[in-house]
Design a protein around this ligand. Structure first.
Ligand SMILES: [Zn+2]
Length: 139
């Protein structure tokens, strides 16, 4: 069983415009953390995760040859208006050491975003329309 990574980055809601306080986004990635406990991370932190952890958490598309960077979409819910939406998680490879969290920011699920990212969490996929999933995972 894997545990969650919780993100501290403040997020700006794409629907109501409010901005969460630091640690207020309550955003997490389930199944990303191989350690037997939850972990709270901020941009700049090194995550001791490998390719199997990334694959389990974000189900990468064929667009992602494991390389220097992973752009992944995660779900989060605005604490003000309660809408569930997407955030873009940018991870930078540190070779054998793991992956560094470079940035987390709220994003809309535009065709351009869906066609440029490398994967998305199951929580977010469950909220997406078939057309969005097709852009995420082209045949
Ligand atoms: Zn909101």
């Amino acid at each position: 069983m894997s545990y969650s990574i919780w993100y501290t980055s403040p997020l700006a809601c794409c629907r109501c415009g409010s901005r969460t306080p630091p640690r207020g986004s309550r955003m997490r990635s389930a199944a990303l953390n191989p350690d037997p406990s939850d972990r709270v991370v901020s941009p700049g932190d090194l995550l001791d995760v490998g390719l199997p952890d990334l694959a389990e958490a974000f189900e990468p598309s064929a667009r992602w040859p494991p390389g220097a960077e992973m752009l992944a979409l995660e779900a989060w819910t605005c604490p003000n208006c309660r809408s569930t939406q997407a955030a873009l998680v940018t991870l930078a490879s540190e070779g054998d050491v793991g992956w560094r969290l470079a940035a987390v920011r709220a994003t809309g699920l535009t065709p351009e975003v869906l066609a440029s990212v490398h994967g998305a969490s199951r929580d977010l996929r469950d909220t997406m329309y078939p057309q969005q999933l097709a852009l995420l995972n082209p045949p």
